[in-house]
Design a protein around this ligand. Structure first.
Ligand SMILES: NC(=O)c1ccc[n+]([C@@H]2O[C@H](COP(=O)([O-])OP(=O)(O)OC[C@H]3O[C@@H](n4cnc5c(N)ncnc54)[C@H](O)[C@@H]3O)[C@@H](O)[C@H]2O)c1
Length: 242
């Protein structure tokens, strides 16, 4: 990834932070964008504070990142996201709107600002959005309809980005993680149920790590994936197969 300029949303924690670390290790220049400071005070790369639901925040961050990187970013990783458990019958319109705003609107805003900069500069690039296996399968024991809908939206949005922006040399793919060991996962505070799920619902019978997702993200952003666009790639230990 030497010579590549990457912008990572949600880069302060979990999968986004792992992508930042892997991109840096592979030689890219990276700027992280998040609404919070980096986890454990880690300052792996320059970071910007922005709320991905706010259009002005996002465009400002994309411009500031270009200044820090010495040109428009040519890789965008959209990892900012939230997760909440709420049975459908209890779900409020406000909870629905908040979920869609962060996970789907945020991905749209960052993708549009990023692609706009590349098209204006006449440069190619790649987008890797983070969906979820929740976009692909339902689970009554994990009531997260608003999350699932937001991630299904990310899948559809990614395919449309790929279709509309291919003429500009911009590829767009979506990674759908399964159960990954990050601070977000630790919101699900039922270790016994979690272990039972791993044993019956995940062929590889363990959690994934953020680094394992980051490896796929970086591959999709790299020249090795030059003929891959509009792909939906589960990184889930096989959970969507059974
Ligand atoms: N951990 C899992 O098991 C798992 C599974 C499937 C998908 N995902 C997805 O992976 C992505 C990363 O999740 P994670 O597990 O690393 O979670 P995480 O909570 O560790 O990281 C999410 C990051 O997004 C940031 N963020 C949230 N709202 C934001 C906003 N409005 N503006 C800017 N930044 C914001 C947070 O501050 C945080 O740093 C998310 O999209 C999540 O839905 C995670």
């Amino acid at each position: 990834m030497a010579g590549r300029r990457a912008l990572v949303t949600g880069g302060a924690s979990g999968i986004g932070l792992a992508a930042v670390r892997r991109l840096l290790a592979d030689g890219a220049d990276v700027v992280s964008v998040d609404r919070c400071p980096p986890e454990s005070g880690e300052r792996a790369c320059p970071y910007l504070t922005a709320d991905v639901t706010v259009a002005a925040d996002v465009t400002d961050a994309v411009h500031a990142a270009a200044a820090l990187l010495g040109g428009p970013a040519d890789l965008l990783v959209n990892a900012a996201g939230i997760y909440r458990i709420r049975p459908l019958l209890d779900l409020t319109p406000g909870e629905w709107d908040e979920m869609l705003a962060v996970n789907l609107r945020g991905t749209f805003l960052a993708g549009q600002a990023f692609a706009g900069g590349l098209v204006a500069a006449g440069q190619p690039g790649a987008i890797v959005n983070i969906g979820s296996t929740a976009a692909l399968v339902a689970d009554a024991s994990e009531p997260t309809a608003h999350y699932n809908a937001s991630k299904a939206g990310v899948v559809a949005l990614t395919r449309q980005m790929a279709a509309e922006w291919a003429p500009y040399g911009i590829r767009a793919n979506v990674v759908c993680p399964g159960v990954i060991d990050t601070p977000m996962l630790r919101l699900m505070d039922d270790p016994a149920a979690g272990q039972a799920y791993l044993e019956t619902g995940v062929p590889l019978r363990r959690l994934g790590s953020a680094a394992e997702v980051a490896a796929v993200i970086v591959f999709l952003g790299s020249a090795d994936a030059s003929y891959l666009t509009a792909a939906v790639i589960p990184v889930d230990g096989g959970s969507t197969a059974i």
